[in-house]
Design a protein. Sequence first.
Length: 168
Amino acid sequence: MRVRIHAKNLDRDFRLAMYGMAEYAMAKLIPSKRLRDNLEISIHMRKHAESGEAMVDEFADRRRPRSFRVILDQSKMLYNDSGEERSETEVAYEILKTLGHELVHVKQYVRGELSTDRNGLLRYNGVHYDPQNLLEYFDLPYEIEAYGREKGLLIGFLAVWKEIEELL
């Protein structure tokens, strides 16, 4: 698997943690090493309408995508749901958790569960969903899976990362 991170002024250790999270999450989500070895994931830290988004790369084969872009907007992660400012560590955890969430969507694309049709509409297992509000968004089956797995991926990675950090 080839992972590239595009970000300015990113701390070296945190950049390594992002690479580690990508490797850890994808190993958990896609057990086939052979399949993982053929994936390319570009992670972009930049402004975006949402805190994160995963998409098939524009030049990838739409039927069997192997190249993806993940966008993470750190500015959307500076405050918690109550509007309180997060600490530097909390922001780092939020970025890693959001990365895990978006990598679940990458897994969904790779396995053919999530796809885009010719009009750019998302389909999950062949069904088009068109949420009209935030409540409907959280009921989308592909979001239920992503939100359900993001915290477990973060906790599992942090346990592994603690051991790796001791070696650094």
